[in-house]
Design a protein around this ligand. Structure first.
Ligand code: MLT
Length: 404
């Protein structure tokens, strides 16, 4: 008789942002007169930049003509996009990444959950706590995380690296040696960053213990400080220990368009096996390539007009981040993040739990945020607000919060 993958049955609750979506929908249905401001999921609100719209239009026109029509995309990505990425995101930063080490996909969420497939189930993962839930959930689905302890809200076979106010929300090297290390900087959810020297410590550590770092740099466009690395390949030795995940969602507003990429350097090995070939095999078998029109839109991100327009878009969201950060600080909240990241991490007031504050803010202020405990046990007592709303809504949300 057919059986399910019972690892799925071990997952507690539903996906964090689905739970929030359901709660907000129920509140909205019960209170149709309330204007809800959503600063929960990190979804963008500004329209695609004109350079990207132009690229989409002309790519659509190409699809209308037999002479320029495109069918299946190359499964690893079109050369024009991989070359633009290699030049702009890596060569221009002094990093040695070739176009054929870049695998174009439909986004970093999928890549961050799929990448674990090329590793043995025996590997032990280390994650920050709090952490973007996809890294842990995808390993649970694969059967790599052991048993769930509802009391501590942790998995028995996962190494949790606590990120708290005491360590500026930056993980310390774990006591137990992991095989796979998930790092995300600028960080989702805390908005924290580490310096290039601090990241170099992780790269040296991974090379020393034979671990692979899965480095999620989805928010690199929001870096404003000089000493914060934009890519892990700025560190010496990263080519032999790191895979990097990147997204067009946050730097270019592609959350609904879908485009991302993963970098797997050719030197990177697990034991005697090169990971580049394994990821290429996985991609080739399970993926038919991001759509041509979307990859053309991605190419426009790197055009001079695209770069200038997106710089303005990032500045728009970072103005929101400053409104949230300064507004809440002046109202007596303890806040961090928001300087190199579009997320503001705040301590819940009056000892409220993260979910209590979620309900309180939704009911009394009609503002939606994300409970810190949804990202892991060390997120309890914290709350995340995103800077991806419109400026007007952000200002209004903070005014409402100040009055609570
Ligand atoms: C978030 O809110 O954490 C992100 O938007 C989720 C994602 O990028 O998938």
């Amino acid at each position: 008789m057919v059986k399910v993958n019972d690892n799925y049955l071990k997952l507690p609750g539903s996906y964090l942002f689905s739970t929030i979506g359901k709660k907000v929908a129920a509140f909205s249905a019960a209170n149709p007169d309330k204007k809800i401001i959503r600063l929960g999921i990190g979804d963008v609100t500004q329209p695609l930049a004109p350079a990207i719209i132009d690229a989409l239009h002309s790519a659509v026109d190409e699809m209308a003509d037999a002479a320029t029509f495109k069918g299946y995309a190359p499964d690893l990505g079109y050369e024009f996009l991989r070359s633009a990425i290699a030049k702009n995101d890596y060569a221009d930063r002094g990093c040695d990444i070739a176009a054929d080490e870049i695998f174009v996909s439909d986004g970093a969420k999928c890549d961050s959950s799929n990448i674990q497939e090329i590793f043995s189930l025996d590997n032990k993962i280390a994650v920050c706590d709090p952490v973007y839930p996809v890294y842990v959930d995808s390993n649970v689905m694969a059967g790599r995380t052991g048993t769930w302890d509802p009391a501590t809200e942790t998995w028995s076979d996962v190494i949790y690296m606590q990120c708290t106010a005491e360590n500026n929300f930056a993980p310390e090297l774990p006591k137990e040696t992991p095989d796979l290390i998930y790092l995300c900087f600028p960080n989702n959810p805390t908005g924290s960053t580490i310096t290039k020297d601090q990241l170099q410590v992780w790269v040296d550590y991974a090379n020393r213990v034979g671990a692979v770092i899965i480095y999620d740099a989805a928010y690199e466009a929001y870096i404003s400080e000089e000493n914060v690395p934009h890519t892990i390949y700025e560190c010496d030795g990263a080519r032999t220990c790191a895979i990097e995940l990147r997204s067009f969602s946050k730097n270019a507003g592609f959350t609904g368009v879908r485009l991302g990429f993963t970098v797997v350097p050719k030197e990177l090995k697990a034991g005697d096996t090169y990971l580049h070939g394994l990821w290429a095999r996985r991609h080739g078998t399970k993926y038919n390539g991001a759509p041509y029109i979307v990859q053309k839109a991605g190419e426009a991100v790197y055009s001079p007009e695209g770069k200038a327009q997106l710089k303005e878009q990032v500045a728009y969201y970072m103005k929101n981040a400053a409104v949230i950060y300064e507004g809440l600080k002046s109202a007596g909240y303890t806040v961090s993040g928001g300087v190199n990241a579009p997320y503001i991490w705040l301590k819940t007031p009056d000892g409220m739990s993260s979910w209590e504050f979620f309900d309180y803010l939704l009911e009394k202020g009609n503002v939606v945020g994300t409970p810190g405990s949804g990202f892991g046990p060390s997120g309890e007592g914290y709350f995340r607000l995103t800077a991806f709303g419109s400026y007007e809504n952000t200002v209004e949300a903070i005014e409402r919060m100040k009055k609570l």
